[in-house]
Design a binder for this molecule. Structure first.
Ligand code: SF4
Ligand code: SF4
Length: 447
């Protein structure tokens, strides 16, 4: 039975909807005792997960049960913010109707990064995921609520073809809507009434303002992991930070870091007891102390939450940018982590008092103006004329195209298959039409 659930999830092309897009059929094949539905949605301004829980509670719960069944888990938790009252009421009604006694709620306060897997597993279960480990190492699977809905739909043989996302910031009608995968983000912005000013193309954030990135162009397609499109003024603090090149961060850090340690004191991984002290990477790099490789390779412990850069540092410096670069270099050198694997972790005694309230973070990001936007769920059906569907929207190998230019396809048809023996995810047509172009990277379909 459990294999059949994972197989259907694989066939439907389900990947983690809340993060980097890890193929879900692999994740749910683990044996654990606890599954946590992650509805924290801790990034400021995003609303898609709360709308999803409020609108599709039966599918969220069905997905959670399926993962519990597939992994042999005896208990499930739905972790969501206490302030998501409508979502909580909808999920409670579903659970009451079904009489579930092994699924529990865990209410989170409004802080960042409440949805980080390491943080969430510790808060919900009291178990500590080892350094560079996975929740399954302590008997847990954490699954985003959007992924759970896709898992439930996979059992009905419905592949992943659409994405629910929030469009907000400087748009005329901030909203949450469902769009076909491969839709150009410029089109989605139009569906939200368009931007409120011209020349906005270089200041669009894809994803949340903390862990997202700037869009490269209006033609970038929506993927299975696109949770938000945020249009911001070019001089906004978030845009400035996301567009700053590494060289500029290093130059600033050399001249101004005063080793105050604020970045370390608020780092969520340091507060869980990991050997990650971001003020030390600043010292090590700025003063060329390469004889301290432990502080450098500790980069693998950084989850790139950007708290040090966007909130903690009083001088707007970025240990996170240093760590990202170090990680790239370690990967290029084929460095193997044998040292950052501690399991004897003790949370910092002041951890509870050092959580970062989302409201204050939002202010620091220059986003308070948009924090009150409710971004209501638009139930409309949106259909672009043309979609560009990437063959790699997930961790692992690109899918191999199984269609050719000129082929007719319908919504849900398979267009990309997992290469033999590789980690990956299938890709499906998101609109009906004719395949216009196929490359090793994408499939273009015209309605
Ligand atoms: S990077 Fe910023 S917060 Fe960290 S030690 Fe330097 S000045 Fe302090
Ligand atoms: S980005 Fe900064 S605050 Fe976040 S885990 Fe990395 S070092 Fe810590």
């Amino acid at each position: 039975m459990s294999n059949r659930i994972a197989e259907k999830v694989k066939v439907a092309g389900v990947v983690g909807a809340g993060g980097a897009g890890f193929p879900t059929h692999v994740k749910i094949a683990a044996r654990v005792d606890t599954v946590i539905a992650n509805g924290a949605e801790c990034e400021p301004l995003l609303h898609c997960d709360q709308h999803l829980m409020a609108t599709y509670p039966d599918e969220v719960v069905a997905g959670l049960r399926l993962v519990m069944q597939a992994s042999g888990a005896r208990q499930g938790f739905i972790a969501l913010k206490r302030k998501y009252r409508t979502a909580t009421a909808a999920l409670q009604a579903t659970l009451k109707r079904q009489g579930a006694d092994n699924i529990h709620f865990y209410h989170l306060e409004n802080y960042y990064p409440a949805g980080d897997e390491f943080v969430l597993v510790y808060d919900v279960t009291g178990r500590m995921v080892p350094e560079t480990g996975l929740p399954l190492h302590v008997g847990c699977i954490v699954q985003n609520v959007g992924t759970l809905v896709n898992i439930a739909r996979a059992q009905q043989d419905k592949p992943v073809t659409h994405r629910l996302l929030t469009v907000t910031g400087e748009v005329s009608q901030p909203k949450t809507l469902q769009v076909p995968i491969g839709t150009p983000i410029g089109q989605v912005i139009q569906w939200a009434g368009g931007a409120t000013f011209e020349d906005f193309t270089s200041s669009i954030v894809l994803g949340g303002p903390m862990m997202g990135r700037l869009a490269r162009s209006l033609d970038e397609p929506v993927t299975k992991t696109t949770s938000g499109i945020i249009v911001l003024p070019p001089d906004n603090a978030t845009v400035r930070a996301l567009s700053r090149p590494l060289g500029s961060w290093v130059k600033r850090g050399r001249s101004t870091c005063d080793q105050c340690r604020d970045c370390t004191d608020l780092c969520p991984r340091y507060l869980l007891g990991h050997d990650l002290e971001p003020h030390k990477i600043m010292r090590t790099i700025n003063y060329g102390l390469t004889a301290l490789p432990f502080n450098v390779t500790a980069a693998v412990l950084c989850c790139e939450c950007r708290l040090c850069e966007a909130y903690a540092c009083p001088l707007e410096l970025s240990p996170c940018a240093y760590y990202k670069e170090v990680k790239k270099q370690l990967a290029a050198q084929g460095w193997r982590n044998d040292i950052h694997k501690r399991t004897d972790l003790t949370p910092h005694p002041f951890r509870e008092f050092r959580r970062v309230p989302t409201q204050r973070l939002t202010a620091r990001l220059g986003l308070t103006k948009y924090a009150g936007f409710e971004c209501p769920l638009d139930p409309g059906t949106y259909q672009p004329q043309r979609v560009v569907i990437p063959l790699r929207q997930h961790i692992g190998a690109s899918a191999r195209a199984v269609v050719r230019a000129g082929d007719r396809v319908s919504v849900g048809d398979l267009i990309g298959e997992i290469p033999e023996g590789k980690l990956g995810a299938r890709v499906h047509a998101s609109i009906s039409g004719t395949v216009q172009e196929v490359t090793s990277e994408e499939v273009v379909i015209v309605a």
